[in-house]
Design a protein around this ligand. Structure first.
Ligand code: CP
Length: 326
């Protein structure tokens, strides 16, 4: 298993994406998350790590898992949480993202968790406000905490990602999960195989560190892990395949197709699931599925990320005060 040394020090006060993280940084987050493992089973599920800190959940797109996971993770670290949504805020009256964030910052927030339909919104925010910024999914770009919880789950089941073959199947073109997973999995030593119809592959897929297959049947036997993605109908411009039934026939993870897979293949899905489309219910709820483990691990990973960025911000404040002691 990849482990970081004691000498490593986390210095980032923002988590924008996985692409820019080093192997040591990814491993350090996973190791820190492991340290939070026992918290969920204690009678008092709280530690005072972020007591007195305020986190705002700025979600401009819908979410079940990510939003509630950040809220619960912040609560477990004793932070106060402000819930913000596009529809019930002054964004609906025309206020910009930056004005909204600056107004919230004026109320004394320490961490902003942002989900936005525009790729690049989190990095823009990180350059404009003093609070820590954590990307909870930006357009098709990245969803770093999802990739971290996916990597954590695989590491939990197999010890390491080194040498594993991981298939990511479906709508890669519109998937921020796929992009973050590709960087996380390959940096940790896995081979990634993207599987789907040519119309659902991203532009310039040949520049990514992956293999591509347009046939799930051609590769399923070699996979150690299979990560099924939802078709993002809300983001599709036209019809990328003739019919949903045909898509399911060629790319759905069915009980029949699972017969060809390794007996211990790990079945993953970031959710939300479209049962019967990209995955049959029997497979989603079957013995190989770790879908709910992924959700449970999301809490640990998000606690780790909030804790680390908050510590980095505190260290940077101390350095500034030491340099300018007035
Ligand atoms: N995996 C994921 O991002 O799920 P939500 O959209 O429910 O947050």
């Amino acid at each position: 298993m990849n482990r970081t040394t004691n000498k490593f020090q986390w210095t980032r006060k923002h988590l924008i994406g996985i692409k820019d993280l080093s192997v040591e940084e990814i491993t350090y987050i996973l190791d820190t998350a492991k340290g939070f493992e026992n918290l969920s089973t204690r009678s008092v599920k709280k530690v005072p790590a972020l007591r007195g800190k305020v986190l705002v959940n700025m979600f401009f797109e819908d979410s079940t898992r990510t939003r509630n996971s950040f809220t619960l993770a912040a609560s477990r670290l004793s932070a106060d949480v402000v819930e913000f949504s596009k529809t019930s805020s002054s964004v609906s009256k025309g206020e910009t993202l930056l004005d909204t964030a600056r107004n919230l910052e004026a109320m004394g927030i320490d961490i902003v968790v942002i989900r936005h339909s525009a790729g690049g919104a989190p990095v823009l925010l990180s350059r404009s406000i003093n609070a820590c910024v954590i990307n909870a999914g930006d357009g098709y770009n990245e969803h770093p905490t999802q990739a971290l919880l996916d990597a954590y789950t695989i590491r939990e089941k197999r010890g390491s990602l080194e040498g594993l073959k991981i298939g990511i199947v479906g709508d890669i073109a519109h998937s921020r999960v796929a992009r973050s997973d590709i960087w996380a999995f390959t940096k940790l030593g896995a081979e990634v195989i993207l599987v789907g119809p040519p119309t659902l592959m991203p532009a310039q897929v040949n520049k990514l560190p992956v293999r591509v297959s347009h046939s799930l049947d051609a590769v399923i036997e070699e996979l150690d892990v299979i990560n099924m993605l939802r078709i993002q109908f809300e983001r599709l411009g036209g019809n990328p395949f003739p019919s949903v039934r045909e898509y399911s026939h060629f790319f759905g993870l069915t009980v029949e197709r699972m017969e060809k897979a390794k007996k211990d293949i790990i079945v993953m899905h970031p959710g939300p699931i479209n049962r019967g489309l990209e995955i049959e219910s029997e497979v989603a709820d079957g013995n190989n599925s770790v879908i709910l483990d992924q959700v449970a691990n999301g809490l640990k990973v998000r606690m780790a990320v909030m804790f680390l960025v908050s510590q980095a911000a505190a260290n940077q404040d101390t350095e500034i005060k030491t340099t300018n002691p007035s």
